[in-house]
Design a protein around this ligand. Sequence first.
Ligand SMILES: *Cc1c(COP(=O)(O)O)cnc(C)c1O
Length: 455
Amino acid sequence: MLKSASRLRNACSMMKFATNFNSSKNFQRLGLPISPDPNFPYIPPTSPGNISKEPVIEPSFDFEVDPKALLDSVIRHQIYQQKIEEPFYVADLGDVVRKHNQWMTLLPRVKPYYAVKCNSDMAVLKTLASLGTGFDCASTEEIKAIIGLGVEPENIIFANPCKAKSNIRYARDQYVNLMTADCADELHKIHEINPNADVVIRIYADDSKAVCRLGKKFGIPIDLVPELVQEAKEIGVNIVGISFHVGSGCTDATAYSDALLLARKAFNDIEAAGYNPTLLDIGGGFPGYEQPGLVKFDEIASVIRPVLDELFPRNVKVIAEPGRYYVASAFSLSVNVTSKKEIKKPSAEKMCMYYVNDGVYGSFNNIMFDHAVLPNPHIYRKDSRMENNENAYECSIWGPTCDSMDCLTAKMMLPELEIGDWLSFSNMGAYTVAAASTFNGFAKARLIYVNSELE
Ligand SMILES: *Cc1c(COP(=O)(O)O)cnc(C)c1O
């Protein structure tokens, strides 16, 4: 491992960006167009902050790479050779590929429909499209983006239970026929606009074990399913199956097996009404990385597999809508310390306030919306020195805007930092860049793509 890391570092220091672009083969293999294709890398819509930002693709290498060493060398290259000062993501598309391989190995019966809202970065979407996943879209714009990649409309589920009429019309015109609903008024609306729609009833699955609960917004309680199905019959809506979402951040894999039992009951209700349901959608919430106290993906998979086979015959197509699972660990974010204040309290240890150049209005909106807790960062010193066993002090970390809500953490223990030092946070791919704003004129973090998954 050490050997490959130093080879990487050598390769990194030798590389010339425009002329020595080794990764083209790998991107081609993934079906990704190669820069300077105007569609790739994806350039976010221009906003005051990011007009001058040019996304960069770092070369990849033609030998086995250790993804961590690759990431480290790319970050070092940006900081110490390119001497950039703005926050940047490194997105490892190879990590997405590995996630997909793991999914297909552990849940071969379940076809993943990636939840686009989690991270709609074009390179991620292209990678997934080339791997053959389906997509869960919730809006006209998401459908447009996925259709634009050449994905067949059959591989899209319009999984927003409460849709605007204009969005249903757009989906219909794009031949996206599969959609979810959880109430009678939605069924009427869908039928009026698209009488050929295939509708999946979203049931309420008890999400009391989840960190991000969705049940208070969506899902019909199981007891009311027979009534809704009767109404569907009367309207003439085609009901094809059941979906649920256990919420995100599950502590316990039984959330899924409990929900599968409810889904089986709902299947029975649909069948009793004379329908022939053939689609089961087990939603999202699968973890994108391991966190203490939270259930792991392989544990969920081994709980789900036998229950699926026991409750649902082979003619039932099973799909899922993983979001965070695919992207969380693929992105790391590096931010620069731009200001520092020392707080000297009498009779207390030194305490520092650090200000960094991305915050909760930008990438760290996951702290607000996704209940994320700031992970411990890796520190890159501005002078590239490496130290071990440094004393840790209490500090707070703040984003760049003038809002006092813009706080990444009120308390963390870190070695003393200097202005110009860098903090790198891993597992920053889910619900980060997707909902970032340019509030107060601060640009979104730039994206740099690598691919650690080579042939
Ligand atoms: C957000 C969402 C998902 C993805 O959830 P993750 O926790 O990211 O897996 C899946 N399905 C629906 C309907 C969603 O709204």
